[in-house]
Write a protein that binds this ligand. Structure first.
Ligand code: URP
Ligand code: ZN
Ligand code: ZN
Length: 466
């Protein structure tokens, strides 16, 4: 089975040009001008459209539990497809007393295989840093999961990690080319501030941001970087949200350390005023780190444009508002009881296009690098994130003329709200191919449950090189 996409503007991380592109089976077979259609081959006229690589979202939570409540899972991964994302990397929290690889494999079999509608891979989240678990880290690389994360935040939760665990993970990880990622926030600072705010009766969603200001993120980011320096290992800081943390990442990189980071779509277009919305509405925006102010947002746009950050992810977390977010509502409850995280799987590309490209903050090439090419490299996915011969035929035909409005009602995320509700949308993924098979047509999902395939990453991802 093959398809020929003709006369589209092909956008890569390095530039753009008008050309034809042919798929053959699961891969990109040819790119060039005036390719003659084969007999029986599907031909798509992409004149006036952009042809982008399928997105790689390296920060997804389909199985995040917060205070016992769990997010929507892989059964909603078709939302990624209509949003132009064809590969997801999900964080899997190690179960206490069990191995890192074992936990991923079990979760994969029960929750992803036969269900996922786009391709998928996993990061391990180490929660139980016993010596034998540290010693198991190289096994992650052998098993095709060469990335792991530790949560510096969330004191009291089973997944919180201390410096001891992070340092040992960095030391062991570098032996096998496992990239260590951190959620960088100082858990004690948050814990003290939370208790004080609650004691003062400051319990509403807005106080979530007050309990974890930028200094909390900056401190942990700096500490993580020093731990990496001591281990002489690369480190990847997920969801950088503020100027101060950004400065730490930049300064370390300039000093010659292999320090890299991402931000997420919601930190670029939302801010802490959303947390102050009337009633309990602000709970929809409770995520960690917290949303910041305009000043930080602008710094993040500059950072992604100038390559100080190398990926924009979703940090998708499908908790609903009606029940799950309301765990923090009522007598004796506070913002600290609200599950952290927001749904954003479907709208990553739309937000970046409308508020980045259309507003002149990002070039199309930069967008492609941030949403597909770089995250594929960070995670060692050597057939993903690029439009080049031999790569997987994960292709988005993007119609820049489309105009619409984002709403949870038309999203496929399976959540009863979107943090981007009512946002203007310019352009959309009109057609999406997953390894050569059309899974989105005219903006509608037409694929099959279970069509997504497990993708293994190679160790020594791009954070190990310059
Ligand atoms: O608030 C967030 N980001 N929830 C998901 C888990 C995490 O911290 O990444
Ligand atoms: Zn996090
Ligand atoms: Zn996250």
């Amino acid at each position: 089975m093959s398809a020929l996409i003709k006369n589209g503007t092909i956008v890569t991380a390095d530039g753009e040009y008008i050309s034809d592109i042919r798929t053959d089976g699961e891969t990109i077979a040819a790119i060039g001008k005036n390719i003659t259609p084969d007999k029986g081959e599907e031909v798509i006229d992409a004149t006036g459209k952009y042809v982008l690589p399928g997105g790689v979202d390296q920060h997804v939570h389909f199985s995040f539990t917060y205070k016992g409540s769990k997010t929507r899972g892989f059964e909603t991964s078709n939302a990624a497809a209509v949003g132009g994302t064809t590969t997801l990397i999900e964080f899997v929290n190690q179960e206490k007393g069990r191995g890192l690889v074992e936990t991923i494999e079990d979760y994969r079999k029960t929750d992803a295989d036969g269900i996922a509608m786009v391709d998928y891979s996993f990061h391990s989240v180490m929660t139980d840093p016993r010596d034998e678990v540290i010693d198991e880290i190289p096994r992650l690389a052998e098993a095709g999961y060469p990335t792991m994360k530790l949560f510096m935040a969330y004191k009291g939760q089973f997944f919180h990690a201390d410096d001891d665990a992070i340092l040992k993970a960095l030391q062991k990880g570098k032996e096998a080319g496992v990239t260590v990622m951190v959620h960088a926030e100082n858990a004690d600072m948050i814990d003290v501030a939370t208790k004080q705010l609650v004691a003062e009766g400051k319990t509403g969603p807005y106080y979530h941001a007050v309990s974890r200001p930028p200094v909390v993120e900056a401190e942990a980011t700096r500490r993580a970087i020093y731990l990496a320096e001591m281990a002489d290992a690369p480190i990847y800081v997920v969801h950088v949200t503020c100027k101060e943390a950004l400065e730490e990442v930049k300064a370390a990189y300039i000093r010659g350390q292999k320090v890299f980071g991402e931000t997420c779509a919601h930190y670029l277009v939302l801010d802490e005023s959303d947390l102050a919305k009337p009633g309990f509405e602000g709970a929809k925006y409770v995520c960690s780190p917290a949303l910041r102010t305009e000043e930080h947002r602008e710094a993040l746009w500059e950072a992604v444009d100038r390559k100080w950050l190398n990926a924009i992810s979703s940090d998708h977390c499908g908790f609903d508002y009606g029940e799950q977010k309301h765990m923090g509502y009522g007598e004796g409850k506070s913002f600290a009881d609200i599950p952290n995280g927001a749904p954003s799987l479907q709208n990553r590309l739309n937000i970046l296009w409308t508020y980045g490209v259309c507003k002149g903050r990002l070039s199309r090439s930069r967008l492609v690098d941030l949403y597909a090419t770089s995250p594929a490299k960070v995670n060692g996915l050597d057939k993903k994130g690029q439009l080049a011969v031999g790569f997987d035929a994960d292709i988005v035909i993007f119609d820049p003329a489309y105009e619409g409005t984002i709403s949870y009602k038309t999203n496929l995320e399976g959540v009863d709200y979107s943090p981007f509700e009512g946002f203007e949308q310019k352009g959309r993924p009109e057609t999406v191919f997953l390894r050569g098979e059309k899974i989105v047509d005219d903006g509608k999902y037409i694929g099959r449950k279970g069509q997504g395939k497990l993708i293994h990453g190679k160790p020594f991802g791009s954070s190990y090189s310059w």
